[in-house]
Ligand binder design. Structure first.
Ligand SMILES: NC(=O)c1ccc[n+]([C@@H]2O[C@H](COP(=O)([O-])OP(=O)(O)OC[C@H]3O[C@@H](n4cnc5c(N)ncnc54)[C@H](OP(=O)(O)O)[C@@H]3O)[C@@H](O)[C@H]2O)c1
Length: 319
């Protein structure tokens, strides 16, 4: 069983693979979702990532926001394991609670608590910092109020500019309020400049944890999307997995992943996650599994120690 690790200075102990929750109620129905959650928990996983908005991006598929939190809440209640799970959720992208104004944060948190059937959220992320007319002071103060009320254990940021991340941390320090303990950026072998550079430097300097999302580039890094081949998959879209297959970098990365995976006798997804887990400042990559069958390849990354030569070959292919 893989050991838990500290999430920076938060006091939370998390497993090295965070289970992504956007599948729950989207590409995985409740039965499938429970099976994935059970298998992850049985393997020692304790770190769940969701958002109040999951998954409202594809209304034509009948998805409604809140379904992921609702499924997780029901799972926690029936399995009676709330105290053994670190629940991370996000605010700011729910159609009825859009943005990060103080009143929105306050109302959205109550809704998340209700759906998750819990009295506290372990890690509460600001999902998208789209409206920079809202001062970071207002956002941090609202989040700090939730921490003081015992409704949130620790706060974090997801999609945010380096400038606003720095300003948020400075405000917290100046005012003695809760400060972000983690950053959740998109980051993987085919998307590196979304994190490496200014954001990573702030995370390193300020002692935050990096919890990267799209760790498999929406499934591209499993190797199932190849140039010229189209699939029926809902993630086979330009902004998601489908956008990488016809790029030179995408092809090079898949070749490098395949070489390492074949030599080690593991799946390409495992190698992709193992590479990410070894990047400076990364505490726990987030990846989702739609089915129980997809999960072992993700969990195996926790035990795969890549050599320096293998890491370098992958880094070079992705450059
Ligand atoms: N903060 C943010 O703004 C943000 C944005 C997006 C996501 N997230 C979080 O990050 C998590 C991960 O992102 P993601 O789920 O979109 O992408 P991902 O983890 O990069 O890709 C996961 C998808 O790849 C496919 N897959 C996984 N294992 C596989 C295997 N062994 N073999 C073949 N295919 C496999 C599955 O999709 P299919 O079976 O459908 O192909 C799975 O849902 C989300 O669940 C969410 O919690 C956060």
């Amino acid at each position: 069983m893989t050991e838990l690790r500290p999430l920076s200075s938060s006091g939370l102990l998390v497993s090295p693979l965070c289970l992504g929750g956007n599948v729950f109620g989207w590409t995985a129905d409740k039965t499938q979702s429970f099976a994935v959650l059970d298998a992850y928990f049985a393997a020692g996983g304790n770190f769940l990532d969701t958002a109040d908005s999951y998954m409202h991006h594809f209304p034509e598929q009948g998805n409604e926001p809140g379904q992921s939190e609702t499924i997780i809440g029901e799972w926690l209640a029936t399995r009676r394991n709330r105290d053994d799970v670190v629940v991370a959720t996000k605010v700011g992208d729910h159609p009825e609670h859009m943005g990060l104004a103080a009143a929105t944060i306050k109302a959205a948190a109550e809704e998340s608590l209700r759906r998750l059937r819990t009295d506290h959220i372990d890690l509460y992320y600001t999902h998208f910092d789209r409206d920079e007319s809202i001062p970071v002071d207002e956002i941090i103060t609202a989040l700090d109020d939730l921490v003081k009320a015992g409704k949130v254990r620790a706060i974090a940021a997801s999609n945010i500019s380096p400038e606003r991340l720095s300003a948020s941390l400075a405000f917290s320090d100046r005012e003695g309020l809760s400060r972000y303990v983690a950053l959740q950026p998109p980051y993987n072998l085919v998307s590196r400049d979304t994190y490496e550079g200014a954001r990573r430097e702030i995370v390193r300097r300020e002692g935050l944890a990096c919890v990267p999302y799209f760790a498999l580039a929406s499934g591209f890094l499993t190797g199932k999307y190849r140039p010229g081949r189209t699939t029926e998959n809902v993630r086979d879209l330009p902004g998601l997995a489908g956008g990488y297959a016809d790029t030179e970098r995408g092809v090079k990365v898949l070749d490098a992943l395949e070489q390492v995976a074949t030599a080690r006798g593991v799946e390409m997804a495992t190698v992709a996650l193992a590479w990410l887990a070894r990047q400076p400042t990364v505490t726990a990559p987030i990846a989702s599994a739609r089915t129980v069958e997809q999960l072992p390849a993700l969990l195996a990354a926790q035990d795969l120690r890549l050599s320096d030569a293998e890491l370098q070959a992958l880094t070079t292919a992705s450059s």
